[in-house]
Design a protein around this ligand. Structure first.
Ligand code: NAD
Ligand code: G6P
Ligand code: MN
Length: 447
């Protein structure tokens, strides 16, 4: 088949995930041919380090692809079919602050959950809306595939403030967990699974998992997850090829306790922050959080390797590898570009898909994706336990967007108070007042 070649811009070109995505795109050129890749970032110096290496990689492995790296929106967003967006407004310096301020008050400090996620959301909304506006100005037919976090809040902001824009929000956590399920089940690929799932982003449950013949795989998964969470047999034996970092290992193990609350379903790992917040606080080091780990490991490794490639002028011996999980981005882009009708988990307006839940909520559910975008699949009625949790959490997310839009201190205080991770309104106010000071260069003025 002769597939039309695509032009893409990666917004957040300086991201630690950009090299993995480039390698992944290169591995998938037969399914998703590309004529042009552009990088866009608002930090020229950071982006240049990744772009110089990417240019060498592309010259060596796919010289036919045109490459451009820029901080000029017009150059970046003109003549593109897809915007792949992974920006982090405020970068790791602000992630660190998001994580450390709540911990001062014995509240979890996390990138997307609790007050840290609210803080990040208040920065991200403007950044992501800005990217949509550039896309619509310079390439009105393009689609934006957004995985900039906090995806739940960003998705609600795009629903409310850019209702007609061609944007799809997506997360890799369910993909990562399904990779683990497949290992636990002794199967090869997550594409062999046929699943039902519902929830909010970083806040959801699998309700049905089958193989292609319709055999129910939940009993076998239950047996494993009730004992070991999502730790794989190889990890448990100590024979895994790749080792996960300690903090992620804890998360995958903790899924055992999250699972126990509703053994009929399989939980998303992020629920641990809402269901066991005190356990997470007890484990955390308030002076050294996940942001510090990432800066010391992933960020350092990626930038050191990119700088090494640029210095020696070749990437022939690089250990930069395709981010395997990231191939869902190609699946999504392909579905739109070539109308593949693939079934994927996406963050979309509920609109009745979860029958007994707010139709205006942004929910994470399976959708069929074609050239007109996602068609959500009805997941039916959900039980009281999940519904109660989701109603509280979606109110947090909606209040953050309203607070950003209206400049409302009151609504942001209500949002933080409503988070299950926060013990009371006084603590919510103390955290909020610290966050306002820390975010003075990023948040709208609140009154
Ligand atoms: P990073 O800080 O390494 O990269 C983000 C880049 O965005 C930086 O180079 C920064 O300069 C740039 N940036 C910030 N504001 C910008 C703006 N307004 N316009 C253009 N560029 C801007 O961060 P990272 O750890 O590589 O993560 C990148 C993003 O991807 C984060 O939002 C992260 O949470 C998200 N992410 C999401 C998923 C998911 O499941 N949805 C998975 C992994 C990462
Ligand atoms: C998962 C989530 C992402 C999140 C990432 C954090 O992939 O789905 O939304 O950004 O984890 O990873 P990090 O290594 O930056 O803590
Ligand atoms: Mn995610």
């Amino acid at each position: 088949m002769n597939l039309k070649k695509q032009s893409i811009v990666i917004a957040g070109g300086g991201s630690t995930f950009t090299p993995g995505i480039i390698m992944m795109l290169l591995e998938n050129l037969d399914r998703f041919p590309i004529r042009q890749i552009k990088f866009y970032d608002n930090d020229a110096e950071r982006q240049k380090q990744i772009a110089d290496a990417a240019e060498i990689i592309l010259k060596e492995r796919a010289p036919e692809i045109e490459f451009l790296s820029t901080t000029d929106p017009e150059e970046a967003f003109t003549d593109v079919d897809f915007v792949m967006a992974h920006i982090r407004v405020g970068k790791y310096a602000m992630r660190e602050i998001d994580e450390k301020i709540p911990l001062k008050y014995d509240v979890i400090g996390q990138e997307t959950c609790g007050p840290g996620g609210v803080s990040y959301g208040m920065r991200s909304i403007g950044g992501v809306l800005g990217i949509i506006d550039y896309m619509e100005k310079y390439s009105p037919d393009a689609w934006m595939l957004n995985y900039s976090n906090p995806a739940a809040i960003v998705a609600e902001a795009t629903r409310k403030l850019r209702p007609n824009s061609k944007i799809i929000n997506i997360c890799d956590m369910p993909v990562g967990i399904e990779h683990r399920m497949v290992e636990i089940l002794g199967m090869k690929s997550r594409k062999e699974l046929s699943i039902r799932y519902y929830g909010l982003n970083h806040f959801g449950w699998w309700t049905d998992i089958r193989d292609q013949d319709g055999n129910d795989l939940l009993p076998k998964l239950r047996e494993h997850v009730s004992k070991h969470g999502y730790l794989t047999p190889k990890e448990l034996e100590g024979t895994a090829n790749e080792t996960v970092e300690k903090s992620w290992e804890h998360t995958f193990g903790k899924a055992k306790e999250v699972f126990a609350l509703d053994p009929l379903t399989m939980p998303n790992t992020y629920l641990k922050y809402y269901l066991f917040p005190q356990d997470e606080v007890a484990l955390a080091d308030p002076n050294h959080t996940r942001a510090n780990e990432v800066m010391e490991h992933r960020e350092k490794l990626v930038f050191d390797e990119c700088n090494r490639i640029s210095q020696i002028g070749t990437a022939k011996n690089t250990d930069l590898a395709a981010d395997e999980h990231a191939s869902y981005i190609v699946d999504l882009a392909r579905a739109i570009a070539y109308n593949t009708k693939e079934r994927m988990l996406l963050i979309v307006p509920n609109n009745g898909a979860i029958v007994n839940f707010d139709p205006t909520a942004m929910v994470e559910i399976p959708c069929i994706v074609g050239s007109q975008g996602p068609e959500p699949l009805v997941q039916g009625e959900i039980p009281r336990f999940q519904k109660g949790l989701m109603e509280q959490q979606v109110a947090v997310e909606k209040l953050v967007v309203e607070a950003w839009d209206e400049g409302s201190y009151q609504k942001l205080w209500q949002a933080i108070t409503l988070s299950r991770t926060v013990p009371n309104a006084r603590v919510a106010k103390e955290i909020l007042d610290d966050l306002i000071v820390a975010n003075k260069d990023f948040w709208p003025t609140l009154s």
